[in-house]
Design a protein around this ligand. Structure first.
Ligand code: GUN
Length: 303
């Protein structure tokens, strides 16, 4: 029977958060600098509230300052832009995260584009995306960064491997493809118009699924021994009303074939917030021109 490595995102993110906390502590001791993360939530979407609280809690636990701005759903675009500009100018704020989605009357791109690129810890500003494409040092969006850390934790050298990325979103598909290319993988970006997706997936040494379709990837789409990273978070209704989270991959079937696989929940999800802390630490160091504090680019090894 196949027994894949179950990639435990909670354990991995714990290792990363420990390393970040050590760096934050060193930054404070040596330079008296405390990284500050501002989170902005517009409206009362329950899932967004949970995410934002978790981001704040993680920042505080890592020794950072957390500044929360909760605004009513009726907030105008002009008022939100004014807040972003105020945070851009505030030296105690090193990173700005505006939680998405925003209410429909606000142009999400206008808001993202207004964030100072140096404080764009979500990596969504066109300058951050452009720097990633051009190969320069950039703030990389958090979920793709988490995917790469999990992959290289189980397979440190993935040069030459065929990576197939399902989905082409600006949040995950496109940046994770570029990061895999930076690791010298041969990358195929697949999407809803791709011909014979199952056959393509079967040729993948690394498969990253980020399409938002529950259990779309079947067990017989997986190459034996492949690394499978499931970014999907699909909430299925349950009789108790709580809902059940499932990924884009049929986990039970894929586990019978894969060499390593992330569960949902507990795989990529916990890494996203830890990577936000990496970016906040990195942004703070850059803004103070500090170059001798360690910024984790890989998961620290298990001790
Ligand atoms: N909503 C869901 N995922 C994200 C994310 O990565 N960043 C932001 N800002 N909002 C989100």
């Amino acid at each position: 029977m196949n027994s894949p490595t179950i990639i435990d995102g909670k354990e991995a993110s714990g290792r990363l958060k420990t390393a970040i906390a050590a760096s934050v502590s060193a930054l404070k001791a040596k330079y008296n600098v405390v990284p500050g993360l501002a989170t902005v939530l517009v409206g009362e979407d329950p899932a967004s509230q949970v995410y934002v609280r978790s981001k704040q809690k993680t920042a505080t636990a890592a020794g950072m300052n957390s500044f929360q701005h909760d605004l009513p759903a009726s907030t105008s675009q002009a008022d939100l832009l004014a807040l972003v500009r105020k945070l851009n100018a505030d030296p105690s704020v090193n990173g700005i995260l505006v939680q998405l989605p925003l209410p429909k009357h606000i142009d999400q791109f206008a808001i993202i584009n207004a964030i100072a690129p140096a404080k764009d810890v979500d990596g969504l500003h066109p300058e951050s995306a452009g720097r990633l494409l051009a190969g320069g040092d950039s703030l990389v969006s958090c979920t793709p960064m988490g995917c790469i850390m999990l992959i290289t934790d189980v397979a440190p050298n993935i040069a030459g491997k065929h990576a197939v990325v399902l989905g082409r979103s600006i949040l995950v598909g496109k940046p994770v493809s570029l990061l895999l290319l930076n690791e010298n993988c041969t990358v195929t970006m697949a999407h809803s118009k791709t011909v014979d997706l199952p056959a393509l997936c079967r040729s993948a040494d690394i498969l990253v699924a980020a399409v938002g379709k529950a259990e779309m990837v079947k067990g017989d789409w997986i190459k034996p021994g492949a690394i499978v990273i499931d970014v999907g978070i699909n909430r299925l209704p349950t009789p108790d009303g709580k809902g059940k989270l499932i990924g884009d991959v049929d986990y039970a079937a894929a586990s019978k074939v894969a060499g390593a696989i992330t569960p949902v929940p507990g795989g990529v999800g916990p890494m996203t917030i830890a990577c936000l802390m990496v970016n906040t630490l990195k942004a703070a160091c850059r803004q103070h021109a500090i170059t001798d504090v360690a910024i984790p680019l890989r998961l620290p090894s298990r001790s």
